[in-house]
Design a binder for this molecule. Sequence first.
Ligand SMILES: Nc1ncnc2c1ncn2[C@@H]1O[C@H](COP(=O)(O)OP(=O)(O)OP(=O)(O)O)[C@@H](O)[C@H]1O
Ligand SMILES: [Mg+2]
Length: 502
Amino acid sequence: MTKFADLNLSASTLKSVKRMGFEEATPIQASTIPAGLEGKDIIGQAQTGTGKTTAFGIPMIEKIDMKNPNVQALVIAPTRELAIQVSEELYRIGSDKRARVLSVYGGQDIQRQIRAMKKNPHIIVGTPGRLLDHIKRRTLKLDNVETLVLDEADEMLNMGFIEDIESILETVPSTRQTLLFSATMPDPIRRIAERFMTEPEVIKVKSKEVTVSNIEQYFTKVTEKEKFDVLSRLIDVQSPELAIVFGRTKRRVDELSRALSIRGYLAEGIHGDLSQARRMTVLKKFKEGRIDILIATDVAARGLDISGVTHVYNFDIPQDPESYVHRIGRTGRAGKKGMSITFVTPREMGYLRVVEQTTKKKMMGLKPPSLNEAMEGQQRLALDKLTEAAKESDLKDYSQLAEEFLNDHDPIQAVAAAIRVLTKEPDTTPVEISEERPLPSRGGGGNRGGYKGGSRSGKGGGRGGSGGPRGGGSRGGSSRGGDRRGGGKPQSSGRRKSYNNN
Ligand SMILES: Nc1ncnc2c1ncn2[C@@H]1O[C@H](COP(=O)(O)OP(=O)(O)OP(=O)(O)O)[C@@H](O)[C@H]1O
Ligand SMILES: [Mg+2]
């Protein structure tokens, strides 16, 4: 195990890292930081949630010359949310050094960004479209850039950003150090990376599996029509602390968030057609636990680091295995435990096998819970609430009434009534979910889908950088739901039930 103190870092960086609560470097950090400090170009691949941001962030910040007021480092990220998140992490790493970090992305007032540019940031984190916009307006000069990072490079390729990235790279001195990071590294991106880089060192954290072992991976076989009821029941039984539900299309995300709200869950969705302000609000609510279910398209959730996500539900199995890896990687981060459940329609079983071939890990079968089991899950949740309340010493004001009640009632009857009142019964209000066409059927073997075309139009997310705000961001009744579902959160995973066929 490598400690940050053994990595020859400056006192200011060490201090910041310590304040962030990091002591030991993760494996990708332990190997990337020294190579990065030597100035090497690096292709870094490591599992989701293993600290790649800090792996490139530390050498980048160490290199910043505080006497030089120019932009010295540039990070390109596929989405706005990711640009913000990465800039926040870089800001924390550079806070004792007082390095100035600015994020720029589409959907935010460009004049405001131009004013911020005038304050001489050392590091810019941005989405491709908006970065190009600034370059063309000459509000961003990159001739002093010494470090360039491509985060989630494969996703930028998927989103058709590659030409934008090429144009940006043309304005950055070729003597720069280039670092490229992702959890998955499909061949096309490797080739492109190598074209832009000089003798890159490939740092791949050795592991048999592409996904981290702290995520329990399940699949459940369902028909398209059953999906929504199965999802509700799973949520009732598993009572996730925070959950992300992935849908294949923007329409799917909208319909799911509406339907979950109607059934009383605190759920909202994000995708690329919503305004930037809306996306930020939803994410903030999710991070603060004011909603506990986030419904998202693939792209909208790329790289997102939200602590406390205990469950990922793939309402629709993703077409490409890389997507799967990134989706389930929103849980089980920084060593925490997580669970993923992938819904597969009978026709899509071939895709499941392709995913398993890529991850080199078999998913376990999970029998969809019955209505009774969902009910039982909710009763247990009610009991948890009761147990929690019973621990409080401050129940004096209630004891008089309790005693009177117990004089007239059998104690078991009394407690049963309390549980019943607290139990939120599984809601079966009919909801409307349009049928999504299943993925074209395919055999178990063959090539890995998804990376043949340059762009993936129609998939959620949209281009993060270019242009102004997208869409209106209004969407019918998403947060209509009542109180926080069940209230009390499961205290341990011990009461989590699994329906394992195997
Ligand atoms: N050395 C460390 N010790 C403890 N926690 C860490 C360490 N390094 C990073 N973290 C935390 O781990 C979490 C995941 O880090 P990060 O987002 O950089 O992962 P990632 O590898 O980029 O994942 P993804 O592939 O999903 O983008 C963050 O909350 C980060 O603050
Ligand atoms: Mg990342």
